[in-house]
Design a binder for this molecule. Structure first.
Ligand code: ADP
Length: 249
């Protein structure tokens, strides 16, 4: 469904953010993208629906359903790959909630009811006429997710989806994502979410892939986690106790 082939990227100010990244994601897979702050996770996700680079290269590095992302197929790629931005304020731009969520479906010629259904799915039925800038950060986050879901994408690309959500909001989001059959790529510091949802994870640091494999195996590797600014999540301590580093008195 997604293939990234030797992707490197440098921001216009010269900062190298991605170096020779390659991986494939099969249809229906749910992948966790983990790594410390500044690793390149958001930059990588912005490449998956053609937001970066602004001018698409003649030598494409990202393929969706086997098709390279080009200027010509960008609308179709955006229809297939729904991206939840890290910052809700980068995503919301209409005065009211319903207008915002309905914008994507109207662009793609989808049924107008999809927006209301998506709002209900994220627990915001009744918020249709609310003024977007007046919402709490957690509510904004849900509106953004509704906007993405309303377009019924084949691939969901989510950048820190649980940020700003309270514990109940996180639980509801996980349950919702489990029910959605789309291919998913989820960048998150919420490693419990990654354990629960993603069978496979990709660990990146300093713009390169450090490890790619079974989530439980990666996250249970305490040395690997510590080396890259992460921690073994508590959920694994109970379910998958590891015996690799005995405590020496
Ligand atoms: P992560 O999402 O893993 O925290 P990012 O993809 O946001 O990492 O950032 C990767 C690197 O690129 C960081 O060093 C960051 O400072 C840099 N970076 C991000 N956005 C820009 C930008 N617009 N211009 C220059 N450098 C950037």
């Amino acid at each position: 469904m997604i293939e990234v082939r030797n992707l490197s990227y440098r921001y216009p100010d010269g900062k190298e953010a991605l170096r020779d990244i390659s991986f494939k994601v099969a249809d229906g897979e749910c992948i966790g993208l983990i790594g410390p702050n500044g690793a390149g996770k958001s930059t990588l996700l912005l490449h998956l629906n053609g937001i970066l680079p602004e001018r698409l290269a003649s030598d494409p590095a990202v393929f969706v359903g086997g098709q390279p992302i080009t200027e010509a197929n960008l609308p179709e790629i955006r229809r297939q790959v729904g991206l939840l931005f890290q910052d809700a304020d980068d995503q919301l731009f209409c005065p009211t909630v319903l207008e915002d969520v309905a914008f994507g479906p109207s662009q793609f010629g989808l049924d107008g009811d999809r927006a209301r259904q998506a709002l209900a799915a994220v627990g915001l039925a009744g918020f249709e006429e609310r003024v977007t800038p007046h919402l709490s950060r957690g509510e904004k986050r849900r509106v953004c997710l509704a906007g993405v879901l309303a377009c019924d994408p084949k691939v969901l690309v989510l950048d820190e989806p649980t940020t700003d959500l309270d514990p109940r909001g996180k639980r509801e989001l996980k349950d919702l994502l489990k029910r959605i059959p789309a291919t998913k790529i989820i960048a998150s510091h919420d490693l419990e979410l990654v354990v629960e949802l993603c069978g496979r994870s990709i660990l990146i640091d300093r713009g390169t892939v450090v490890a790619d494999g079974e989530t439980i195996e990666l996250l249970n590797n305490e040395l690997l986690m510590l080396e890259h600014g992460l921690e073994r999540p508590h959920i694994l301590m109970h379910q998958h106790p590891h015996r690799r580093v005995p405590f020496l008195a």
